[in-house]
Write a protein that binds this ligand. Structure first.
Ligand code: F3S
Length: 62
């Protein structure tokens, strides 16, 4: 699985990093970035949760 953050949609709430810091990290512009090429199996649920929780649906996990 991979994760993508739409930087134009992200409002920098930080929820994804709080939910799954192994996959998401806030950058210097306070926009979420994906820090792994492929999501390790043990973090897939967390990444999906972050996708579901993002208030502006900026995250796509597939
Ligand atoms: Fe941005 Fe959504 Fe994460 S608004 S900081 S991608 S939860």
């Amino acid at each position: 699985m991979k994760a993508i953050v739409d930087r134009d949609e992200c409002i920098g709430c930080g929820l994804c990093e709080a939910t799954c810091p192994e996959v998401f990290e806030m950058d210097v512009d306070n926009i979420a970035t994906v820090i792994v090429e492929v999501i390790p199996g043990e973090y897939e649920d967390g990444a999906m949760e972050a996708q579901d929780e993002c208030p502006v649906t900026a995250i796509t996990v597939s």
